[in-house]
Design a protein around this ligand. Sequence first.
Ligand code: THU
Length: 155
Amino acid sequence: MTEVSVEEVGVAVLVDAARAAARHAHAPYSRFAVGAALLMTDGSIVTGTNFENASYGLSLCAETVALATANAQGRLADVLAVAVIGGMKGADGLPVGDKPVGPCGRCRQVLNEAAQMGGRDLPVFCASADGVTVERHMLSALLPHAFGPADLGLA
Ligand code: THU
């Protein structure tokens, strides 16, 4: 099957999917809503949002939730690109703010699992909640000298 490209689908579509997911953030403790959207090789989009827990430390990040969902569909190796958006929850539940949000260190490591299993570097689009700023970083730049499945002979 031929792979789609980010250009074909459009970065704005991916960022909008991340924003829509952020509305469902379960973030009553931090009030910080994050949405993540994965562009898959077939052009579909898998989303995730942060899922906090009353015991705080058990909270899951949006990117990790999205990646676990892709994995649950048997598609961990089919991730082409990622968009992340976040900010304090506004009245409508959507994030507010003008500062692009990037993946935390743990999420970079989890993203690397998908990247190496798929044999490709991933563009990570970090968007501000107002949608004005979208920064593009390659995962290899966000997580240089990464340890991953390749080190274990698995990719
Ligand atoms: N968060 C994410 O979902 N992804 C990140 O990469 C950074 C942080 C979430 C975790 C927590 O629910 C909230 O943002 C505040 O840290």
